[in-house]
Design a binder for this molecule. Structure first.
Ligand code: NAP
Ligand code: MG
Length: 462
């Protein structure tokens, strides 16, 4: 057990203002592995002041130099790759291989992409008799969740720094250790004091203080719709810019001509990865009624392969939440064909890979984000029916379409109300804009579109 003190504020590790700490628990064995300070309003205020003080200098730093610091940060993350993976595995519970490839690998790619964008982006343009400057929005308050703990910090911090903004991050209470590791990498990369600040703490205390702080110009939040709605309203009321990356209930639409086995196998893997704790997970599989029974059989076989390979959920509360949804699915008449609320593990917050068949669109498990390893397989009659079901939730974050013919899949995808669609198993692209239609959020992250979120324009007329 390691007791960490201090938070990274103004380029140094400073003792917290108050005595409270947060216990970090390994969800695989339920042991406390560390404590970190629970930041208060005072700590947030110190961090925002540091970020404000650093803003003019960083905003005036030439983009090529900001790019060089981001490239150094990427190299630092590469050097710490194993340490990042081990830390995420310890505090989130994800299998080490997933931690290496995704939890460490994606933030490295994203940091690298912003090193490149900072160097190449056109921060000024001409239109008619004007020059338009793309200037940093200012001080960014970032509130992040635990499910992809480093990715979500990097997806906000890297574009913000590339744009010339300064940042205060409040990471999730469950995963503060990889955030501390990131702060060390920032320091080693020679990013000036106050440009990046980290305040660990509880959402309703430190998170709320950041959302309400008058010194924050842009609030970027990733997490639950309930919290996002509340703090989005606070920040909007103060005329701050707000970016929200919220939940999802994404559809995996398998059209009749598709390679059914591949579509089902990739679809099940997509849901079970990270124990289902993925906002963009394809948690609704839509299958034509003529292929339905075969698809369910394939899904059951695929889920069985994940039995011992997925990690636990992040904490006891999430496990109870997911079990509650599974019980609700049964109560509402869905057919449990794999998994269920129990787990063979004696310790750890596990839930077995679970598949429901005979799910109808209005059921709770087909409407609400479960955030666990639970797949709902739904039946459709024809393409219009499939589209109505796919678009029939309050969410619109991601999705997939499989078809025999790529053009057919694209035509269907164009009618989906969602921010991303993978066509016939298309790969994750760290440069493609990521974000939600409808209640999945406001704004986009990643790539050039993610950079523009942190910029505002100033026009000079001649
Ligand atoms: P959450 O409460 O929304 O947590 C996200 C972040 O917001 C955390 O840093 C959290 O701090 C902070 N926060 C919580 N209450 C706050 C407040 N009143 N003011 C300011 N910040 C606040 O999410 P959760 O409770 O961890 O997870 C609940 C559900 O949210 C999940 O089951 C899932 O459905 C959804 N979720 C979605 C995503 C996504 O990527 N879209 C990610 C995580 C969760 P604490 O860590 O201290 O709570
Ligand atoms: Mg919470």
């Amino acid at each position: 057990m390691k007791a960490h003190d201090g938070m990274y504020i103004d380029g140094a590790w400073r003792p917290a203002a108050g005595p409270d700490v947060i216990e970090v628990v390994n969800p695989a064995d339920e042991r406390v592995i560390a404590t970190v300070p629970a930041g208060t309003v005072e700590d947030v205020d110190a961090a925002v002041r540091a970020a404000r003080a650093a803003l003019p200098g960083w905003a005036a730093t030439p983009p090529a130099e900001r790019a060089a610091r981001l490239a150094a940060l990427r190299d630092g993350l590469v050097a710490r790759r194993n340490e990042i993976a081990e830390t995420v595995t310890a505090e989130l519970g994800s299998p080490l291989k997933l931690s290496q490839t995704v939890h460490a690998g994606v933030p490295i790619a994203v940091t690298g992409s912003y090193a490149e964008l900072a160097a190449t982006y056109a921060f000024e343009e001409r239109t008619g008799n004007s020059i338009v400057f793309h200037e940093p929005v200012g001080v960014v308050g970032a509130i992040t969740p635990w499910n992809y703990p480093l990715h979500q910090i990097v997806a906000k911090t890297a574009p913000a720094l590339a744009a010339g903004c300064t940042v205060v991050v409040k990471p999730a209470e469950d995963t503060p250790l990889v955030a501390r590791l990131f702060a060390r990498a920032v320091h080693e990369a020679g990013i000036p004091a106050g440009v990046f600040n980290l305040v660990t703490g509880l959402g309703p205390v430190a998170g709320q203080a950041l959302a309400e702080h008058p010194g924050v110009d842009l609030l970027s939040f990733t997490g639950s719709t309930a919290v996002g709605r509340r703090i989005g309203a606070i920040a909007t009321g103060m005329v701050k810019k707000v970016a929200l990356e919220l939940g999802g209930k994404s559809a995996n639409v398998i059209l009749p001509g598709a390679d059914l086995a591949r579509a089902v196998n990739v679809g099940v893997a997509n849901v079970m990865s990270n124990s289902g704790q993925t906002c963009s997970a394809w948690t609704r599989m839509l299958v034509h009624r003529d292929q339905y029974d075969e698809a369910v059989e394939l899904a059951v076989a695929a889920a069985a392969k994940y039995g011992d390979r997925i990690g636990p959920l992040v904490n006891a509360g999430q496990r109870e939440r997911v079990r509650g949804y599974i019980e609700k699915g049964v109560a509402e008449g869905a057919r449990l064909v794999a998994g269920g609320p129990d787990s063979p593990h004696e310790r750890g917050y596990h839930v077995s890979p679970t598949v429901f068949a005979d799910v109808t669109p209005e059921m709770t498990i087909a409407q609400e984000e479960i955030f666990g390893p639970v797949l709902s397989v739904l039946r459709y009659a024809d393409e219009e029916d499939a589209l109505r079901i796919a678009n029939g939730t309050v969410y619109g974050l991601a999705g997939a379409v499989w078809a025999g013919d790529e053009a057919e899949a694209v035509a269907f995808a164009r009618r989906m109300e969602t921010g991303q669609v993978d066509i016939n198993g298309g790969r994750f692209n760290p440069l493609a804009p990521f974000g939600g239609y409808k209640q999945s959020g406001v704004g986009r992250e990643l790539g050039a579109h993610g950079l523009t979120e942190y910029l505002q324009t100033k026009s000079l007329q001649f």
